[in-house]
Design a protein around this ligand. Structure first.
Ligand code: SAH
Length: 514
């Protein structure tokens, strides 16, 4: 049998940190790889693009500490490729800019392994750009020099020719230089560079934790020492640094530098996190709740089946909408089976989730709370006398709605769509991060997130601001809410539905398609 040809190894640039700066080609390679070997400065978030079952292995090195020696990395790639496994060798920035990608490509060529190079956005360019420093500008320079300061102390040879670098025109960008900043800045001045030459150090560039320190060749080392400035950082030297005064766009975004903890479920945190990150926040997910099916799923399903018999269907959370339509479309194959019920939603997020099903929402209160919803009902109709209302809700939700709608004469059935339980896994590491670093703001989007957060007994400095949506507001006082007793009335829980509800329950929708 002929020997199997080796698989391809892709030497892929992962960009400087911001996942949005990864190329489409890199993303496609990550998605199809059998094995991914990644380095220290690769943002682990992009590893989420790997396919299920791919082997994802860290082989990075920080100064002085190598997880896997370079030669061993090369051998590992060759082994995998020869066994027919597609390998992605993922490197920070661009693989051929001070990343030893050139050496790895040579090893592959020598071993006869097919390889492709996927260039990446280098921190040498992107770091300054995110600090508001164009590395070239017609008014300042025509030359750009990129050099390494070899901050890796294990490196024996020093090939830096500071005289040549000092003599070059234009902007100089140094990578791996924080450890030898004083030596290099002094060396450049000793070789003729003006001590007043502007210098910027950009740390964790393009990430929400980016920090920039500005000085001159004469004082940058002192300033970095005082500030405890640590690698990794890009160092830009030259007149272009001054342009930052007017161009520092990234660090001037409204929420720049703010650490924001998001407590909603893992499933839901994405959209809020993305929106906050777009405003510059360092938003991290710390899910404290998880959504589980209701204790009595059969009962819920029955109420969903009867939805067409109600005059109003009331949704108080996007989860409720999801659970409702999840069942609805198991039972019916025609959206019209929902009948003529009008639909109310507690807030725009919940309303949007309903509209995603191509159904209009008739009532959304201005104030997105239970009280706001009741108020909106009052304005809409003086009385709900004998109107049948189906409230799709979470187990244990606040009962203002039940009490008030009852007073307005409604006959209310409550469909318990889901239970909210405390999240016990710290899958994304957010809880640990919160314990270690705290947050500038915590967001709560439901009273259950508040309750579960409090139950975790995490340290919460008094001054920590809390941001909450309407439905969580009633509970954001630093204690769990008291259980409110519901007055006796015409309100019926799902399990205790009375004759009126039972009558309506008699049939499923009679549309032919049902
Ligand atoms: N191939 C990479 C560079 C690898 S050398 C590239 O093209 O970007 C590693 C050095 O790159 C670090 O010591 C630091 O100087 C710089 N670097 C990489 N990512 C960085 C980041 N997000 N912020 C600041 N510096 C970074």
């Amino acid at each position: 049998m002929p020997a199997r040809p080796p698989a391809t190894c892709y030497l892929v640039g992962a960009g400087p940190g911001d996942p949005g700066l990864v190329t489409l080609r890199a993303k496609a390679c990550i998605g199809k790889a059998d094995v991914i070997l990644y380095d220290h400065l690769v943002n682990p978030a992009i590893l989420g693009w790997a396919r299920e079952g791919a082997e994802v292995r860290y082989v990075g090195k920080t100064a002085g500490y190598h997880t896997l020696p370079q030669a061993e990395i090369g051998r590992t790639i060759v082994e995998h490729a020869r066994a027919g496994r597609t390998v992605v060798r993922l490197k920070g920035g661009d693989p051929f800019v001070f990343g030893r990608g050139g050496e790895e490509a040579q090893q592959l060529a020598a071993a006869g392994i097919p390889f492709e190079v996927v260039p990446g956005v280098s921190s040498a360019i992107a770091g300054p750009a995110y600090a508001g420093i164009p590395v070239t500008h017609r008014d300042c320079n025509t030359v750009l020099t990129i050099f390494t300061g070899h901050e890796d102390p294990t490196k024996e040879t020093n090939v830096l020719d500071l005289a040549k670098i000092a003599g070059a025109d234009g902007t100089k960008v140094m990578l791996m230089g924080v450890g030898r900043l004083r030596e290099i800045a002094d060396g450049l001045v000793a070789h003729g560079a003006a001590p007043s030459t502007p210098v910027a150090l950009v740390r964790r560039a393009t990430t929400p934790r980016q920090e920039t320190l500005v000085g001159t060749l004469a004082d940058i080392a002192d300033k970095a020492g005082e500030a405890g400035f640590e690698p990794p950082a890009v160092c830009v030297i030259g007149e272009v640094v001054a342009l930052r005064d007017s161009l520092a766009w990234f660090e001037r975004r409204p929420l720049a530098g703010k650490r924001i903890a998001i407590t909603r479920t893992r499933h839901q945190a994405g959209a809020l996190g993305d929106a906050l990150r777009a405003l510059g926040a360092d938003a991290f997910e710390m899910p404290v709740i998880r959504i589980e099916p209701p204790a009595d799923l059969r009962e819920f399903a029955e109420l969903v089946k009867d939805a067409h018999t109600y005059q109003w269907i009331l949704f108080t959370s996007p989860n409720g909408v999801d659970a409702f339509f999840g069942w609805f479309y198991k039972l019916y194959h025609d959206a019209r089976s929902i009948g003529g019920a009008r639909i109310a939603a507690i807030g725009p997020g919940t309303a949007q989730r309903v509209m995603d099903h191509h159904l209009a929402v008739d009532l959304v209160p201005q104030q997105h709370t239970s009280e706001g919803l009741v108020e909106a009902f009052r304005k809409q109709a003086e009385s709900l006398e004998n109107e049948m209302v189906l409230w799709v809700r979470a187990d244990g939700a606040r009962d203002v709605i039940a009490r008030e709608l009852d007073q307005m004469g409604a006959i209310l059935d409550e469909a318990i769509a889901y239970r909210t339980v405390p999240e016990t896994d710290d899958v994304c590491g957010g809880l640990q991060r919160f314990r270690d670093e705290g947050a500038d703001v915590i967001t709560f989007t439901s009273s259950s997130t508040v309750e579960c957060f409090l139950a975790l007994k995490l340290p919460l400095p008094d001054a920590t601001p809390v941001a909450s949506t309407g439905s969580a507001r009633g509970t954001t006082a630093a204690s769990c809410p008291p259980t409110v007793q519901r007055p006796p009335g015409r309100v019926r829980s799902a399990s205790g539905r009375g004759p009126a509800a039972a009558q309506r329950r008699s049939s499923a929708c009679q549309r032919p398609s049902c």
